[in-house]
Design a protein around this ligand. Structure first.
Ligand SMILES: Nc1nc2c(ncn2[C@@H]2O[C@H](COP(=O)(O)OP(=O)(O)OP(=O)(O)O)[C@@H](O)[C@H]2O)c(=O)[nH]1
Ligand SMILES: [Mg+2]
Length: 205
C-alpha cells in the first residue's frame, strides 16, 4: 500500500503563486482553468486554511481583524486555481460595504463556469450560522460540490470535535455537502482537505 505521504493527493498543491486581486467581476480571470473557492465568515480561517493547504505561510494575507480579505484573490497552482473569497457576516461593516460584498460574491458564484467546488470554512466553535446557511443555500442551489472545513479544531477537545462533526453532518445529511474537522494550527485534517481539492481540480468533468 502506498503511504499517504507519497500520495500526490495529500501533497501540498504544487507551485502556488498569487495571480490577481479582483475588486469587480470584470477582473476575474477568464481563461477557464479549473477553480476551487474558499468561502466562509469573516475571521473563520479561510486564508489560513488556503496557506496551509499550499504549505506557504504568507500566500494569502491573514489577520486577527475580521474583514481583512475584501477582494476576490486568485492563486494559481499547478493543477488549477484557488480563490480566497472575502469573508461575510462581519457585523461592523457599513451597509454599503456589505452590499458590495454581496454583489461581488454573488457575481462570482453565478459566473464561474470552471468552478469545480467550494470549500466552506466554519469555526468549529460556532458552525452553521445564518450566514453559513445563506452561503450553503447559494452553493447547493447552484449544484456546486461543497466541502465544509470545521476549522480551529485545536481550540476544542477531542470529544467536542467529534460532537461538532457529528452535529453538522446530521444537519446536512439531506444535502450532498461533505464535512470534516480541520486546524490550520495543528494540521488536523490537512490530508483529507488537500485530497478533496486536488480531486476536484484534476478529475475530468
Ligand atoms: N487557533 C487557530 N487559529 C486560527 C486557525 N485558523 C485561523 N486562525 C486565526 O484566526 C484569525 C483569522 O484567520 P484568517 O485566515 O485571516 O481568516 P479569514 O477567514 O481569511 O478572515 P477574513 O479574510 O477577514 O475573511 C487569525 O488570527 C488566524 O491566525 C486555526 O485553525 N486555529
Ligand atoms: Mg482572509
Amino acid at each position: 500500500m502506498t503511504p499517504s505521504k507519497t500520495n500526490t493527493s495529500a501533497r501540498a498543491l504544487q507551485a502556488p503563486a498569487f495571480l490577481i486581486s479582483a475588486a469587480s467581476a470584470r477582473q476575474f480571470p477568464g481563461d477557464g482553468r479549473p477553480e476551487v473557492a474558499f468561502a466562509g465568515r469573516s475571521n473563520a480561517g479561510k486564508s489560513s486554511a488556503l496557506n496551509l493547504i499550499c504549505e506557504r505561510r504568507k500566500l494569502a494575507r491573514t489577520s486577527k481583524t475580521p474583514g481583512r480579505t475584501q477582494l476576490v484573490n486568485f492563486f494559481d497552482v499547478e493543477a488549477g486555481r484557488l480563490v480566497d473569497l472575502p469573508g461575510y457576516g462581519f457585523a461592523r461593516v457599513p451597509p454599503a460595504v456589505r452590499a458590495k460584498w454581496q454583489t461581488l460574491v454573488e457575481s462570482y458564484f453565478s459566473q464561474r463556469d470552471a468552478l469545480r467546488g467550494v470549500v466552506l470554512i466554519m469555526d468549529s466553535r460556532h458552525p452553521l450560522t445564518a450566514f453559513d446557511e445563506q452561503m450553503l443555500g447559494w452553493t447547493l442551489a447552484g449544484g456546486l460540490p461543497t466541502h465544509i472545513l470545521l476549522t480551529k479544531a485545536d481550540k476544542l477537545g477531542r470529544g467536542a470535535q467529534t460532537d461538532c462533526l457529528r452535529s453538522v453532518r446530521k444537519a446536512l445529511e439531506e444535502t450532498p455537502a461533505t464535512v470534516q474537522t480541520f486546524s490550520a494550527t495543528t494540521r488536523i485534517g490537512l490530508d483529507e482537505a488537500r485530497a478533496q481539492i486536488q480531486g476536484w481540480l484534476t478529475e475530468p468533468v
